[in-house]
Design a protein around this ligand. Structure first.
Ligand SMILES: [Zn+2]
Length: 323
């Protein structure tokens, strides 16, 4: 079956590369897309990197994957987008867009009549996600963020979809698998689930890493997921999985209530108890201290490395073991 996205076409057995314009109202984003249409039938899998700026591992790994995979080794259709939010990736290198200060991964599936970031989200869903059988969204700890590698998925209440989400998440080969208990919210994988598309979030690397070993770790994870989905054979040199995936429950983010300077007492990877002080925000003018406490008993899976914070800055996220 022909794979078509806008003016880009790939016949079975073809790989096609191109840049597609996304009208964001005040500007037009140029979105790079690679289509690998397999020589045999199979699922359509969409992989996005660069949904956030400053998260380079997914951008690099998808670019490499698009170069490495050839149609004759693919069963099904791959839609690969290494830079899904060009203003944020090439502009501020932050999780918010320099165009409007909006975090795109809070507004999916977007609004094509909204502001620039809402339009970007809507463009991705309309052009890339429509018709997908599985969706993988790649993130990292940003330039200011410590992070443990993890996979995220949602429980939706649809048993068949939940089983697919979980199986994909466990196929990644990362130890930390964290699920949210509803498909609500503007995260890409949650919004895809609400359209019936199995989807996961894969987080790899931290602090704006772009080192080859971390990219390799994600590339291996992508090969495992694609093998799990029946799209490719497992490569001979695929690194063996040495960990047992374990499910954790997402409890949300601890955000800053004030502007000031962040001094963490607990760091990413630490076990913390609900109510425990995990850090303090100090007012640089008068030294006023604002204690920040853990909202749950569990493990800090990512945390703010930067010193300066303002209301709403994500300071930490805590996951709780699932038994
Ligand atoms: Zn991200």
């Amino acid at each position: 079956m022909t794979l078509t996205i806008g003016p880009l076409r790939a016949e079975p057995g073809q790989k096609t590369r191109g840049t597609l314009p996304a009208d964001l109202g005040s500007t037009t984003a140029q979105v790079p897309v690679i289509l690998v249409n397999g020589s045999r039938p199979g699922p359509r899998v969409v992989i996005t990197g660069g949904v956030h700026g400053g998260e380079f591992i997914g951008v690099d790994a998808t670019t490499r994957l698009a170069g490495l995979l050839e149609p004759d080794e693919v069963a099904g259709q791959l839609v690969i987008c290494p830079v899904s939010n060009p203003p944020a990736v090439y502009g501020g290198r932050l999780n918010i867009s320099p165009l409007d200060g909006v975090n795109i991964n809070r507004v999916f599936p977007g609004d094509k009549d909204g502001g620039p970031t809402d339009r970007m989200a809507a463009w991705l869903f309309e052009n890339l996600l429509d018709g997908a059988d599985a969706y993988i969204d790649l993130h990292s700890g940003g330039i200011d963020q410590h992070l443990l590698d993890f996979v995220g998925y949602r429980l939706t209440g649809d048993d068949e979809l939940d089983a697919k989400n979980k199986a994909m998440a466990h196929a990644v080969g990362y130890e930390l698998v964290i699920f949210g208990t509803s498909p609500d919210g503007g995260n890409s994988h949650a919004a895809a689930n609400r359209q019936g598309i199995p989807a996961i979030l894969v987080e790899t690397g931290q602090l704006g890493d772009r080192d080859p070993a971390t990219v390799r770790r994600l590339l291996d994870a992508l090969y495992r997921i694609l093998h799990h989905l029946g799209v490719i054979e497992a490569p001979q040199d695929l690194a063996p999985v040495t960990v047992q995936p374990r499910d954790w429950i997402w409890t949300g983010e601890v955000v800053s209530p004030v502007t000031g300077l962040w001094y963490p007492d607990a760091v990413t990877g630490d076990e913390v108890s609900e109510g425990q002080t995990i850090g303090r925000i100090i007012d640089p003018v008068d030294g006023t201290e604002h204690k920040i406490t853990a909202t749950a008993t569990g493990k800090i899976i990512y945390g703010m490395n930067g010193l300066s914070v303002r209301p709403g800055t994500e300071l930490a996220a805590i996951a709780v073991p699932h038994h």
